[in-house]
Design a protein around this ligand. Sequence first.
Ligand SMILES: Nc1ncnc2c1ncn2[C@@H]1O[C@H](COP(=O)(O)OP(=O)(O)OP(=O)(O)O)[C@@H](O)[C@H]1O
Ligand SMILES: [Mg+2]
Length: 239
Amino acid sequence: MPEAIQLSNVSKAFGSGDARTLALKDASFSASLGELHLLVGPSGCGKTTLLSVAAGTLAWDAGDVSVLGTRLNDLPRPKVTEFRRRHIGFIFQQFNLIPTLDLVENVSVPLLLNGHPRRASEERAAELLRQLGLAGRERKRPTQLSGGQQQRVAIARALVHEPPLLIADEPTSALDRETGHQIMELLATAARSPGRCVVIVTHDPRTYAYADRLTEMEDGRVAAVHQGVALQDFIASHH
Ligand SMILES: Nc1ncnc2c1ncn2[C@@H]1O[C@H](COP(=O)(O)OP(=O)(O)OP(=O)(O)O)[C@@H](O)[C@H]1O
Ligand SMILES: [Mg+2]
């Protein structure tokens, strides 16, 4: 079976001259099918950059990127977009909801883009919104919601088409303790379904208990990967 994500020696710079920032420096990272994989590290160390490369939303400068057995290096840009629509769900750090659409319409987008009929897509979207505690708000606009509610809409949109690879950038940052645990349960269930993988960026130690594996980044590189007993030790020393 292919890895869900395989990045080998990936580099990425932003800007040029004095403003040049090396966000990824020969970073290598892998996440497997069947696991919930956490990505941690200080602000600015390159977590969002790494996952944006893996999701095909950001071009990189050097190195190899394979996702679900497809080498993204070899795919022309439009094919990358199509690949992402079919196979990847992305929960953005800034939510990226569409302000002119109501919640059901926002969550339906991935289904519509994959050619599903509108009516069935909206029914599925509404059902998932209710499951995430947003019953009665289905026809509101994102700006009429709290931060935690918007975050749950972003989560629903990433889950609705049951993508094999789900990437979440701090999905619990705006949530209270109870809702945060509910979301992690939902993501863990998705991760452990056959042929699926969930990768989560987090600063939230409450999420650590859900990890099958945890990668630590530092200054544009992967500094350590923990699983099993080493992961338990890491969790014990970060609570
Ligand atoms: N679009 C951009 N233009 C210029 N620099 C950028 C851009 N995006 C990221 N960077 C820089 O690249 C580095 C890595 O940023 P990145 O967003 O990947 O960090 P992060 O680990 O996700 O941080 P945080 O935990 O704060 O979200 C930082 O130094 C950041 O300033
Ligand atoms: Mg980030």
